[in-house]
Design a protein around this ligand. Sequence first.
Ligand code: SAM
Length: 339
Amino acid sequence: MEHALYDRCGGFYTAGDAPYADYFTSVSVHPSLFGQLMAIHLGDAWRTLGRPDPFRVVELGAADGRLAGQIRQAAADFSWGKGLAYVGVERAPAAQTADALDTLYASIADVPAASATAIISNEFFDALPVRLARRATDGWVEECVAMGSEGWEFADKRAPEEVRVYASRYASATPVGGRIEIRQGIEPIFRHAARLAAQVVMTTIDYGGVSAMVHSERLAAGTLLAYRRHRASDDVLANPGHADLTAHVNFTQLIDEGRSQGFGCYRMGQQADFLVALGVGDHLVRFQEQSDATLETYRAEREAVFQLVSPTDLGRFQVLTQGKGVDLSPIRGLNAPTD
Ligand SMILES: C[S@@+](CC[C@H](N)C(=O)[O-])C[C@H]1O[C@@H](n2cnc3c(N)ncnc32)[C@H](O)[C@@H]1O
């Protein structure tokens, strides 16, 4: 998966195939709306961090800088906008020409420590490579990728200890024959996120859920899919380098890794509730008041709002805000944990 997505010569994100035209996220639904709402959320994060100036925002998986551009435009209306220092973290070359990024790093490991920092990401964690494991009658096996006589195929191997540890921690509900994905690279991301500043607010938006949902009986077949030209396929070995490979994010893993790196508190909820609390509905009211609004343009705006909040569309995504050295009470639209 690492090679299929990020190989320098043939990776989906890093070598041609115009990936940014090939996938669709909340950022691409509308030219400015998601960024406007994220700017409102960043205002909450700024207050949480004690109103720092400059205000450093680090975006993980900044892609071609589209979200950065939307946020920067919206930030001009806020008092923190003048002090905004926008840092992109992106390993694909697409970000190199993104004007909206003040600074660009290929890895979070390269971002220097500074004063209070907000970190955001949209559909970043789902693009990190996973390992696959299956529960067999006598324990877990890892499904590795091998070159067979007819091309790439899966080959079982006895699961190494780290796979068994993950499975026993998060996948007790997976039945015999069931498959899970184990996302790699989470620990270093939180280790570096924690290193960035004494006070950090980190907001992650992605699809998936808590471990009991992602590794449930209902999703026993696993969630790894290949997307090519907006079509999903479970034949993930078919077009390496020409398809986006993604799997659900286990948010419990993010909460646990965060906690072990000093992110002692969090808030979580669905994108629909989050965006409603940030005023997505007001957007339509404001739009209607514009003198040049027509029924047709109003319908297009309403369609974008529906896509962002619909429970069968992007509204079902999860939003997680984790805090290190801060009190998260200014954060709107997300629930405090009940445990
Ligand atoms: C699914 S895209 C999402 C892009 C954008 N955030 C959006 O919402 O439209 C994931 C992005 O994360 C980038 N990425 C994945 N792993 C990364 C890493 N370890 N460091 C930096 N960027 C990474 C990919 O290159 C890709 O541009």
